[in-house]
Design a protein around this ligand. Structure first.
Ligand SMILES: Cc1cc2nc3c(=O)[nH]c(=O)nc-3n(C[C@H](O)[C@H](O)[C@H](O)COP(=O)(O)O)c2cc1C
Length: 161
């Protein structure tokens, strides 16, 4: 299946997983970029507020069209128990162009359940699979097995449709 990975990453964890999945699937990958800086403690607090209050900050336009792909895999860090606000912007602008979806998130420890529920609500799709990873799991390379299982589940559920 023709697959596109779309992700946002502030400190690199989500990017590491996005790149890993794209290498496993040999598929296209696009990063969501902010138009403003997210460095520093004030912007950390602001980012948490944006996510908690479901704001949609401006992002750099992504020219690749997800409707050209059978599957879009969307990756986000968990911010304040929700998807990162730039991912919300992307999803709210592109939900009508998605064909099938799968989601993954990275996090310090918790918040994946609500994050995936919100992504499901916003995309108006049941994801073929979801993958949640903590930063510790990634540091300890435990993600390798989980990514394989995620991909297997996507393939299995895609065939069922
Ligand atoms: C504003 C902000 C809020 C966060 N809120 C949570 C949270 O609610 N739960 C959690 O487990 N981790 C939280 N984190 C930690 C990130 O989810 C985690 O470090 C993630 O792997 C970062 O991904 P990235 O490196 O791709 O940016 C938060 C990080 C930021 C910057």
């Amino acid at each position: 299946m023709k697959t596109l990975i779309i992700f946002y990453s502030r400190t690199g964890f989500t990017k590491e997983i996005a790149v890993h999945i794209s290498e496993e699937l040999d598929c296209d990958i696009e990063e969501i970029f902010d138009l403003k800086s997210r460095k520093g403690i004030l912007s950390y607090i602001w980012s948490g507020m944006e996510s908690a209050f479901r704001k949609t900050p401006e992002i750099k336009e992504i020219e690749v069209d997800p409707s050209d792909y059978e599957l879009t895999i969307i990756g986000t860090p968990v911010w304040a128990g929700n998807m990162a606000s730039p991912v919300r912007t992307y999803l709210s602008r592109n939900n009508d162009k998605l064909n099938r979806v799968a989601f993954f998130c990275t996090m310090g420890s918790r918040g994946s359940k609500r994050t995936f529920l919100e992504m499901e609500r916003l995309s108006e799709f049941n994801p073929l699979a979801c993958l949640a990873l903590t930063n510790n799991e990634i540091k300890q390379e435990k993600h390798i097995k989980k990514v394989k299982e995620f991909i297997d589940k996507i393939k299995k559920n895609y065939k069922k449709i």
